[in-house]
Write a new protein. Structure first.
Length: 292
C-alpha cells in the first residue's frame, strides 16, 4: 500500500480538495483507495456527502474501536476513515503515550487491502501531523498561487528535515502540486517560476475552477459534479502522474534525498482530457469518461 500524506502549513491551499479529487481519480482508475482525515474539522465527511459517523479516528486513537470498524464506504473503490471534533481530545491523550509519534504505524498495521492511503493533514504542527509524516512513505505538498503559500512550503520542507533528524527517518517529498493556477494573474506565473527551481517534483498546475469549490457543497466529487471541468481534467492528469511514479528508492541519507531526488517526476505533455480514467469506463454517476 502506498501511503501518501498531503501536507502544508498554510490553510486554503487545496489540501482537502487534492485529497478528495486525487483519491476519487485513483479510485475511478480501478485502484482501492482509503482516505484518512486527521483534521478536526472533518471536511472529508461533508465533502463526500456522508452522514456524520458514530465513530471516528478519535475512537481508534483511544482504542475504543478498530480501524476496520470505523471505515466508511464512500464510493466504489473509495473508503473514508473519518474525523470528528472529538479528535482534539484524543490528540491530547496521545501526548502521554509511549512512542507517540509512531502511533499510526501501530493502529494501521492491519490495513493491507488498499492500494493507496491518502492522508488529509491539518495545517498545523500537531501530533497527528507528525504521525502522518512518520507513517507516510510519500509527501505531497500543494502550493496555491500566493507568495505566502510558497513561503509556507519552504518552511514545511525545513520542518520535514528536522522531523527526519529527530526520528532518524523521513518520508520522500515526491510531489509539489501548484493549485489554483490562474494564467490571468501575474502572481501565478511568478510563483510557478519560483517553484520551477525545486526541480522535477513540481507537477503541472491545477487550474483555478469554481466547480472544485462547489462540488463539496453538494456532497459530490468533481467527477460527479462536473466531470468535464478543468478541475476534473487536471486532477485526472495528477492521478496519472501519481500512478506512474517509479518505486521509491530507500536511502538512509534523508537530507541528500531532499537535495538530489532520485525519483524525479516527468509529467506527460499534451494530456488534456479525463481519458486517464479509462480503466473505469463508467463513473459513479454513470458518466462515460471515454467519450469526448
Amino acid at each position: 500500500m502506498r501511503k501518501i500524506a498531503i501536507v502544508g502549513f498554510k490553510g486554503g491551499i487545496g489540501k482537502t480538495t487534492t485529497c478528495i479529487s486525487l483519491g476519487a481519480a485513483l479510485a475511478l482508475r480501478g485502484h482501492k483507495v482509503l482516505l484518512l482525515d486527521t483534521d478536526t474539522q472533518a471536511n472529508l465527511t461533508v465533502a463526500l456527502g456522508l452522514p456524520q459517523p458514530k465513530k471516528s479516528l478519535a475512537d481508534v486513537l483511544v482504542k475504543k474501536a478498530m480501524p476496520e470498524e470505523v471505515i466508511l464506504s464512500a464510493r466504489k473503490n473509495l473508503d473514508l476513515l473519518p474525523s470528528s471534533l472529538s479528535l482534539f481530545k484524543a490528540q491530547q491523550r496521545m501526548v502521554f503515550e509511549m512512542a507517540r509519534e509512531e502511533i499510526f504505524e501501530e493502529i494501521f498495521s492491519n490495513l493491507t487491502c488498499y492500494d493507496y492511503m491518502v492522508i488529509d493533514c491539518a495545517p498545523s504542527l500537531s501530533l497527528l501531523t507528525v504521525n502522518s509524516i512518520v507513517y507516510a512513505d510519500e509527501i505531497f505538498i500543494p502550493v496555491s498561487m500566493e507568495m505566502l503559500a510558497l513561503t509556507g512550503a519552504e518552511q514545511f520542507i525545513e520542518y520535514l528535515k528536522e522531523v527526519a533528524r529527530v526520528m532518524e527517518r523521513g518520508a520522500d517529498i515526491r510531489l509539489i502540486i501548484p493549485t489554483m493556477y490562474d494564467p490571468r494573474r501575474r502572481v501565478s506565473d511568478k510563483v510557478m517560476q519560483l517553484l520551477g527551481k525545486l526541480g522535477p517534483r513540481v507537477t503541472q498546475p491545477i487550474r483555478v475552477d469554481t466547480m472544485l469549490s462547489e462540488a463539496p457543497g453538494e456532497g459530490q466529487t468533481i467527477y460527479e459534479y462536473a466531470p468535464r471541468s478543468r478541475g476534473a481534467i487536471d486532477y485526472a492528469r495528477l492521478a496519472e502522474t501519481v500512478a506512474t511514479l517509479p518505486p521509491l528508492e530507500k536511502t538512509n541519507n534523508y537530507h541528500s534525498q531532499l537535495n538530489q531526488p532520485t525519483n524525479g517526476v516527468k509529467v506527460k505533455e499534451g494530456i488534456n482530457d479525463t481519458h486517464h480514467l479509462s480503466r473505469q469506463s463508467e463513473g459513479w454517476g454513470g458518466q462515460n469518461y471515454n467519450n469526448n
